[in-house]
Write a protein that binds this ligand. Structure first.
Ligand code: SF4
Length: 455
């Protein structure tokens, strides 16, 4: 559901589409009811037998609006311009202590969207964006494929730990008599993905009971924030508050994620990611700076980018939402059951079932027809509500669910570029997905820079 706020004279920006999700509890018999609007703007549900019920107005709290206004004032590319401008002024005036180191971290989905739009390769886009941002005064350009390797490894380790704990508690439960076992409650499984802030916001506001099931691992954006403001800050000899860190991301929800108090460093009064700019806003910057990416020079990529030794880009196997399901399943098959050679992408060693709704997919690790691990991906609010209903009904058989708020996942995020009207959106998403997948992948376990950072 979307609500449009417009022509409000105390509002600080042009009209915005409110993205607050509202739960709709629909039963089978309600599905063919109709909604009627009367002359005074009242909404009524008209049942099949002709009975009309006045519908309540959706409520948006002050908290919701405050969250949005934070985004409007501090999370825009204008803020990046302001920081770059005050840096230049500080240099001119000899106030070197006031100059911030500016770091930009680019999501691979944003890169793919720009590559598809301008008919370039992801590597060309990565090198040209490095040139673009450096020419504006940015000091370092990284990518979040690099930090995603941490997120994948930590998620897989967390899953194995939860799975083992769950199995152990199930064994203990069996050894207890029935009466004692009744109160046992185990929120370890299914583990639900944590990297989509749209989903997290929805769960927090409307389904608090599922929160313990959500993985505790940070998203690639926020892991990059920790690396930049901790490891990297120490490496270049500055304090975290003297770095201004910008994420280039595929959705507006990532701005909300960066603004969470969980990711605010009280000691240095700074956020791990200071500002998030969407793919659409980056292209807007191209226009404002008279920059033509088609004709742009290129610069080499920094070592905090996931590349081969020869400088070719690398990504992760699996879906364009990060490949969490694929990596966690392959890792767990090896750690829990000693099974190697599982390839979820190539459907080797697993059974993949896609239902009528392509945004809901089951992937099962089987041995001789017996399921060992059952995973699912649930994209879009329709699929999410399906999972929540199953969980609340105690009727869920999955060990892990990759939950993403956008239909088709992150490649179709709300901040991604859209084609002109001549290309159907379905074909466009498939095209951006192909561009994303054209980058070779390598396992996070083989990423030497990540392994060194762990050490
Ligand atoms: S699924 Fe959509 S809202 Fe969630 S992280 Fe991806 S792009 Fe953002």
């Amino acid at each position: 559901m979307s609500v449009l706020l417009k022509d409000l004279n105390d509002y600080i920006a042009p009209s915005q589409a409110c993205i607050k999700p509202v739960e709709v509890n629909k039963t089978a018999t309600e599905s063919s009811n109709v909604i009627k609007i009367d002359d005074s703007g009242g909404y009524y549900e008209v049942f099949q037998d002709g009975v009309e019920t006045k519908l309540e107005t959706a409520r948006i709290t002050l908290d919701d609006c405050l969250a949005c206004s934070v985004l409007i004032t501090t999370q825009t590319h204008e803020e990046l311009y302001n920081v770059l401008k005050s840096n230049k002024q500080a240099v001119r005036e000899g106030r070197v202590d006031n100059v911030k180191t500016v770091v930009v971290s680019i999501a691979p989905q944003s890169r793919a969207s720009i590559a598809a739009m301008y008919k370039l390769s992801p590597l060309q886009v990565a090198r040209r964006l490095t040139h673009f941002f450096r020419s504006l005064g940015v000091d370092y350009v990284f990518d979040t494929s690099f930090s995603r390797d941490f997120s994948l490894l930590e998620s897989a380790r967390e899953f194995v730990q939860r799975y083992r704990g769950f199995q152990e508690r199930q064994r203990q439960k069996l050894s207890l008599n029935d009466d004692k076992s009744k109160g046992l409650d185990d929120p370890s499984l299914p583990m639900l993905a944590s990297s989509c802030p749209g989903w997290i916001c929805y769960a927090e506001k409307t389904h608090g009971s599922v929160l313990p099931y959500i993985s505790q691992t940070k998203s690639p954006q926020q892991i990059m924030g920790s690396i930049v403001k901790d490891y990297f800050a120490k490496k270049i000899g500055v304090t975290p508050n003297n770095i201004y860190h910008v994420g280039i991301m595929m959705c507006y929800d990532k701005k909300l994620e960066a603004s969470r108090s969980d990711f605010f460093d009280e000691k240095y009064q700074t956020r791990d990611v200071d500002c998030v700019i969407t793919t659409v806003e980056v292209v807007k910057m191209f226009g404002e700076q008279n920059y033509d990416i088609k004709e742009s020079p290129e610069l080499p990529l920094h070592s905090l980018t996931k590349t081969t030794q020869e400088g070719q880009l690398l990504g992760s196997a699996g879906s364009a939402s990060g490949g969490f399901l694929e990596f966690i399943l392959e890792y767990s098959a090896r750690e829990l059951f000693g099974m190697t050679g599982i390839d979820v992408d190539g459907e080797k060693g697993v059974v993949v079932k896609t239902g009528r709704n392509k945004d809901f997919k089951e992937t099962t690790l089987e041995v001789e027809g017996k399921p060992l691990l059952k995973f699912a991906s649930a994209y879009g609010f329709r699929s999410i509500q399906n999972i929540i209903r199953k969980m609340k009904g105690g009727n869920i058989q999955y060990h892990y669910v990759e939950v993403m708020a956008c239909p088709s996942g992150c490649i179709n995020g709300g901040g991604q570029l859209r084609p002109d009207g001549t290309v159907p959106i379905k074909d466009w998403i498939a095209k951006v997905n192909d561009v994303y997948r054209s980058v070779d992948s390598s396992s996070p376990e083989q990423n030497e820079t990540v392994q060194n950072l762990y050490r």
